[in-house]
Write a protein that binds this ligand. Structure first.
Ligand code: MFK
Ligand code: FAD
Length: 529
């Protein structure tokens, strides 16, 4: 064709081109551990910009479908996924995207380095980071439950069966062998409510043998799970209300509460689901790569994992990990649109010069970078604390901060992702709206981040509960905020003095605004505490 043809934006190595990520890693990880981890991250940084990105795009083109019946009319409820989706599962296993957090090759820094890798993966992953989030959460849950159970010589048969099932699940969830690697679902939300999961849950659990109801006993689940992503997973963690054989909900402390179950998702030799039906796959605004199903549980076998009525606090260990993954995914989407916009600014001209040379475009790029950097820094901070906790190196203060920052980071980064990706899309003008550029998918997928794993309002209330319940957490949080903002402000001023770039002016302004408002916030919080 004659006439002008625009160079498309290009994506480089997602580790080496991300100066801010590298600088954060240098600050948070000791040199020997980082030197050991960097070659793998650098290799992966290139893979996610090339082959893995292509798999992710193919997974969206070939969205999952549900084949409910075979040619003879028998119900099979087969979730048909793209070969690319299945390859992304194999890649995830081989790259140790879950395993690395549990192998602990880099001690307390293992979790942080794993999250850094997930951040590189997210925007290329074709949403496979969603099943990974739940798989990681389930692995952490198994690990914690096994630690709690310990080596009890006097363990009952149920306790032994539970330990064996948890060990088996943990081995598969953290495997680097694609043939052994399992993914896990997280079955919480029902039609009556996903935020108030206790109030909204209708699913009931009936003991197979009424004389065996302790953790480690087998139950049958009956109910309807309204949103189950990773419908192709091998196991799931599910909440249900225990009901006694006489038909009444268990009394006392279990009356209102839910119980947590480990559910093997099994099919017979003909592929027919055992004890459940896939009613339909959801038709969604985004996350189209991801098979999110409605499931009818019709006597599905499930192993009781938590004490009766203690399902929510038990599943909290899983949810806290999936929330950390959500923050990594948010930062990843922001970084992707920012990296592409930065590259495009060097290729696209308007009014006689490249966008990169135009002050207002520089300002937008600076804004995108600043917001991305803030979300990444917060996410890695949470990952750092989580790593300390997992390796037994967390002080009480670090524990408080982790409990507080996990929901805070999730709600903040998710909201930021929608705003940043939207602004980033606009940077491409009309092309940002065109499907073949693979830009619109980022906005569609980012929009789910504030909704699942606890909406912004629900997590805000969670943060308030933590602050209200722990004056230490509030005080520590404030002290650390003040110190860091002061340090950031000083750094921004120094940088501003040595010649300003697009990113520094908004950074300085942000620091000044925070410094002005913090004393007010602080005194109000202190008064509340
Ligand atoms: C791409 C990356 C991301 C991929 C995402 C994966 C796909 C998406 C999958 C999903 O969306 S799964 C569904 C997620 N659903 C939620 O996150 C539910 C949102 N709602 C809440 O979080 C509510 O706050 C909650 C259900 C917890 C409220 O229930 P309750 O029973 O009113 O809880 P309450 O009284 O606040 O807490 C009960 C106990 O749990 C307390 O302990 P105690 O009983 O010992 O006092 C709490 O301290 C404890 N708890 C609650 N949340 C906790 C926690 N403990 C630690 N961490 C937490 N986050
Ligand atoms: P509701 O709880 O009905 O909330 C409706 C509105 O009320 C929200 O805006 C909420 O913020 C607000 N609200 C609720 N309580 C309060 C309050 N106290 N104060 C102020 N406002 C409040 N769930 C799973 O269990 N497993 C999955 O695998 C899964 N995958 C999902 C995949 C996708 C693509 C999506 C979109 C959702 C998925 N979910 C999954 C469900 C998700 O976790 C829930 O949708 C979410 O937790 C909200 O629950 P809800 O939809 O019932 O909304």
């Amino acid at each position: 064709p004659h006439g002008f043809l625009q160079d498309p934006p290009a994506l480089g190595n997602q580790l080496t081109e991300d100066d801010f990520l590298v600088s954060l890693l240098r600050r948070l990880v000791p040199a020997d551990a980082l030197d050991d981890a960097l070659p793998d991250l650098e290799h992966f940084g290139w893979e996610v910009a090339t082959t893995i990105k292509q798999l992710g795009q193919q997974a969206e083109r070939e969205a999952p479908t549900l084949q409910q019946y075979d040619a003879w009319g028998a119900r099979t409820d087969t979730v048909v996924t793209s070969p690319a989706w299945r390859e992304l599962k194999a890649v995830s296993a081989r790259e140790g995207l879950v395993a690395a957090a549990y192998e602990r090759r880099h001690g307390v820094h293992s979790r942080l380095l794993q999250v850094a890798k997930l951040y590189c993966f997210g925007a290329s992953s074709g949403l496979f980071n969603c099943p990974l989030a739940m798989t990681d959460g389930a692995a952490r849950l198994c690990e914690l439950l096994l630690e709690k159970q310990g080596q009890d010589a006097a363990a009952t048969q149920q306790q032994q069966e539970l330990a064996a099932a948890l060990q088996d699940a943990f081995r598969h969830l953290t495997s680097r062998d694609a043939k052994l690697f399992w993914t896990s679902g997280q079955w919480m939300t029902e039609r009556g409510g996903g935020s108030d999961v206790v109030g909204g849950t209708e699913t009931e659990a009936l003991a197979e043998d009424p004389s065996h109801t302790a953790p480690g006993s087998w139950f049958r689940l009956h109910g309807y799970k309204w949103f189950t992503s990773a419908a192709d997973g091998e196991i799931s963690m599910a909440l249900a209300r225990e009901r006694s054989a006489s038909g009444t909900a268990n009394s006392g402390s279990t009356g209102r509460g839910l119980t947590l179950f480990l559910v093997p998702v099994t099919r017979d030799a003909d592929g027919r689901p055992q004890g459940f039906e896939v009613v339909r796959l959801k038709d969604k605004l985004g996350t189209r790569q991801l098979p999110t199903a409605e499931l009818r549980l019709a006597g599905m076998r499930a192993l009781k994992v938590s004490p009766a009525g203690r399902g929510v606090p038990a599943i909290a260990a899983m949810v806290n990990i999936t929330r950390l993954h959500n923050s990594a995914a948010a930062a990843s989407f922001m970084r992707r649109i920012t990296a592409l916009a930065q590259d495009y600014a060097r290729r696209r001209a308007a009014f006689g010069s490249l966008l990169i040379h135009q002050p207002l475009a520089q300002r937008t790029l600076g804004w995108l970078h600043l917001h991305t950097a803030a979300s990444l820094a917060l996410t890695l901070e949470v990952a750092h604390l989580q790593g300390l906790l997992e390796c037994g190196g967390a002080s009480a203060e670090a524990g408080h901060m982790l409990r507080l920052l996990t929901p805070l980071a999730k709600l903040f980064t998710a909201k930021e992702a929608v705003a940043v990706v939207s602004e980033g899309i606009e940077f491409f003008g009309g092309q940002g709206y065109i499907e073949g550029t693979h830009l619109p998918i980022i906005l569609r997928d980012a929009q789910v981040l504030p909704i699942w794993e606890g909406t912004t309002s629900v997590l805000s209330l969670d943060v308030l509960r933590v602050l209200g319940g722990s004056p230490q957490a509030a005080a520590t949080f404030l002290r650390q905020c003040s110190a860091r903002i002061a340090a950031a402000s000083k750094a921004a001023q120094t940088a501003g003095g040595s010649g300003s770039s697009g990113a520094q002016a908004p950074l300085q302004q942000a620091c000044m605004a925070l410094q002005r408002s913090l004393p007010g916030v602080g005194s109000r919080l202190e008064a509340a505490v």
